[in-house]
Design a protein around this ligand. Sequence first.
Ligand code: F6R
Ligand code: MN
Length: 192
Amino acid sequence: MKSLQLNVFPCVPPQVDLLTGRFDAENLQYKSTCIRDLVGIFRDESARQLLPDSLEVYRVEILVSPQQEGELLAGTTHLMPGKVGDEFFMTRGHFHQRREQAEFYFGLRGCGILLLQPEAAPAYSELVFAGSVHHIPSFTAHRLVNTGNDILSALAVWPAMAGHDYQALQPEGFSLRVYDREDGVFLEAANV
Ligand code: F6R
Ligand code: MN
């Protein structure tokens, strides 16, 4: 391969490790979500209370871009393996405040399930694994569930002005839940 002979040097862009989703960049924001932050999210609230408050369930690292119309954000969610009772660790889940704004997720590490809950149609789900690509349509709430033993990492790209609406899903939450049962991973209607 020829070596680069340039009079004008290109900038070195931020980098992402595609095996883990970890960014190497100057402008990163981090958000950590622990067991104490997830009151009312899992079916078995008393099982949640038995876990240490400060146990980290997931961490998001976001490549900062300007918060303005037309801009995009990129961020990786690292969701730990674990369970609350027999329910797998999962993200809080949200609609976008701007409901019409869609998103892409890319599975990078580990395995799990993406729950998708449209406003006006039944919930559905997709398997997440290294290399999986997920289009999250407009008007659709979304949540990651880690069903494996490794960290589940997924890279996301979404409109900078989309916002997050966590309230609209309460108190019922998603209509599907994911459990670890003796004979495997079970995806069940939430009200059974
Ligand atoms: C951005 C997005 C992800 C989630 C992240 C944490 O729109 O969908 O970056 O924000 O997976 O999940 P929540 O926000 O539901 O706690
Ligand atoms: Mn989102």
